[in-house]
Design a binder for this molecule. Structure first.
Ligand code: HEM
Length: 144
């Protein structure tokens, strides 16, 4: 499947639709954790690897928190809120320089892992639509 990245206007926060809860029902928590782990493993080899924790331990924690978040927003248990508090995602990303290029690499890495999943294209698309738009919110730099 081809996933389209919506051109982003820096500094905007377009309305977001959460993924279809059936995404979690189809993948189960374990499948979401595996998907997130694969995504982070791609990021580790990408040009934005410098943004992520340098130690193995830190990197595994990052995977855990990210998966906790996605399970939660897909309608699962509120793991993220329990462990990390209110999501405030844009604020949590503010220490890291996220420009157009970082967003593109982050999303393209998700396109690769989504394509590997054994679930319907509609469900993949619903997850993509969410990250495609919400990732615009995370951009905090207009520099290259
Ligand atoms: C636009 C591209 C993005 C980049 C480059 C990016 C990068 C990062 C970085 C560097 C961190 C801190 C290290 C870590 O915990 O992994 C982080 C944390 C996180 N990101 Fe992103 N991110 C992006 C988009 C998103 C989006 C769209 C979401 C949610 C839909 C998201 C969810 C998270 C979560 C849940 C955390 C963990 C926060 C915490 O536990 O404090 N990220 N991200």
């Amino acid at each position: 499947m081809q996933y389209k990245i919506t051109p982003a206007q820096f500094g905007t926060r377009p309305p977001v639709n959460l993924p279809n809860p059936e995404f979690l029902e189809a993948l189960k928590e374990e499948g979401i954790r595996k998907m997130v782990s694969n995504h982070y493993d791609l990021l580790k080899q990408s040009n934005i690897r410098g943004l992520f924790p340098p130690t193995e331990e830190g990197f595994e924690k990052a995977k855990e928190h990210s998966a906790d978040f996605f399970i939660q927003i897909c309608g699962g248990p509120k793991y993220f809120n329990e462990k990390r508090g209110a999501p405030m995602m844009a604020a949590r990303h503010s220490p890291f320089k996220i420009n157009q290029e970082a967003r593109r690499i982050w999303l393209e890495s998700y396109a690769i892992v989504l394509n590997e999943l054994n679930i319907s294209d509609d469900l993949k698309q619903s997850f993509w639509n969410y990250i495609d738009i919400f990732s615009i919110w995370m951009m905090n730099s207009n520099e290259n």
